[in-house]
Design a binder for this molecule. Structure first.
Ligand code: TRP
Length: 368
């Protein structure tokens, strides 16, 4: 069957914790813009609970607890269930079947070279001996996620690039092996602003990540936000007195301002400067203190987070509706992905129970 020219988005998150600012700038904010752009025929967001189990198999309750949290995060940033289909990976059987077929088309050597898998193995202390097969093969399952929806576009952070590359390879391999054009090669859509590609944590050390304890959460309350910025956000340790020249590199206050600040906010909250460049210039020359910068940053972040928090509070009063959204979204995804699975099985000649398939062939062979 020929693929149509539909533009389809599929993206997803592991429900291992509440979503944070790194998710927001790296992906969520963009998803809302894409959703509202009207340029896509279909938008799907997958809550990847099966993938989350690949390194949390011994703690399924953690995944269970975060399912609704993540859904609330989506709804509170402005994902609209009328426009975007939110669905739950574990309850979409076609994804499992596709993963199993795709496993034949990828080698262990190729999976071992996937830089994201390598980095994550290191972080989780999985050496070659102790490497669970499920975790090792999750890029294959992610390829199933993407291709099952025939996604053309995957909005994601740059850490997902190796996954998309691997998916593209699998698509080519599948289509050439089975001489078909059933599967669609997806493209990654990276954040357009450099400062948003990979948001570091408040400690300035690595990317913002729950396991590193350096996050600002979307659902952070104002007092905690203030505390994290004022007391825990890394700036410039050589900037001891206000008059000292300050440094911008590795300074999280300016990293976050790069990602979130826009000129209008200066007039409102820091009229000494017209824009971020002016503020940076003063900081590097000396004479601008960290406390003032941090207070401005809190205003900038609050500007973004306050509406998210308000929407979350509304949705929290409607948990049964959130549940219904996930259920309906998953039912819809089951139908859609079963269609792809049927095409895949047909291309692979394993569509035995389809009308006119093996029964009629054998009937003809034996009974003429
Ligand atoms: N690997 C992604 C992450 O860790 C989650 C994910 C699962 C995903 N399936 C996906 C992302 C499909 C994009 C497309 O955040």
């Amino acid at each position: 069957m020929a693929n149509s020219d539909k533009k389809i988005i599929l993206t997803g998150d592991r429900p291992t914790g509440r979503l944070h600012l790194g998710h927001y700038v790296g992906s969520l904010k963009r998803r809302v813009e894409l959703q509202n752009s009207g340029k896509f025929d279909e938008i799907n967001i997958l809550i990847a609970d099966d993938q989350a189990l690949t390194d949390n198999w011994d703690n399924p309750d953690k995944i269970r607890d975060n399912m609704i949290q993540v859904a609330l995060d989506y709804l509170s940033v402005g994902i609209d269930p009328e426009k975007t289909n939110i669905c739950v990976q574990s309850h979409i059987p076609a994804l499992h079947a596709l993963t199993f077929y795709y496993m034949n088309l990828v080698t262990t050597a190729r999976l071992s070279r996937n830089p994201t898998v390598k980095a994550e193995m290191g972080m989780r202390g999985f050496d070659n001996e102790g490497l669970p097969v499920g975790f090792f093969t999750y890029p294959v399952s992610q390829a199933a996620d993407i291709t099952a929806f025939k996604a053309t576009t995957v909005p994601a952070g740059e850490d997902q690039e190796p996954m998309i590359e691997q998916t593209r390879e699998l698509v080519r391999k599948f289509n050439s092996t089975y001489n078909c054009d059933v599967l669609v090669e997806p493209e990654i859509l990276l954040p357009s602003v450099e400062a948003q590609l990979r948001l570091p944590g408040i400690d300035g050390k690595e990317k913002m990540s729950k396991s590193l304890g350096n996050c600002i959460y979307l659902s952070e309350d104002p007092a905690d936000l203030k505390d994290k910025i004022m007391k825990r956000t890394y700036t410039d340790p050589t900037h001891l007195k206000i008059e000292d020249p300050g440094h911008l590199e590795g300074n999280m206050v300016f990293t976050y301002l790069d990602a979130f600040c826009h000129d209008d906010l200066f007039a409102e909250y820091l009229p000494d400067y017209q824009n971020l460049d002016e503020m940076k210039e003063h900081y590097t020359k000396g004479g601008l203190g960290d406390v003032k910068c941090k207070k401005f940053l809190i205003k900038v972040l609050e500007e973004e987070l306050a509406p998210i928090r308000a929407r979350r509070a509304e949705w929290e009063k409607r948990i049964p509706d959130v549940y219904d959204i996930l259920k309906a979204g998953t039912d819809h995804a089951v139908e859609e992905t079963n269609q792809t699975l049927a095409e895949v099985r047909s291309a692979m000649r394993i569509d035995y129970f389809k009308d006119g398939s093996i029964k009629d062939e054998w009937d003809k062979i034996i009974n003429g």
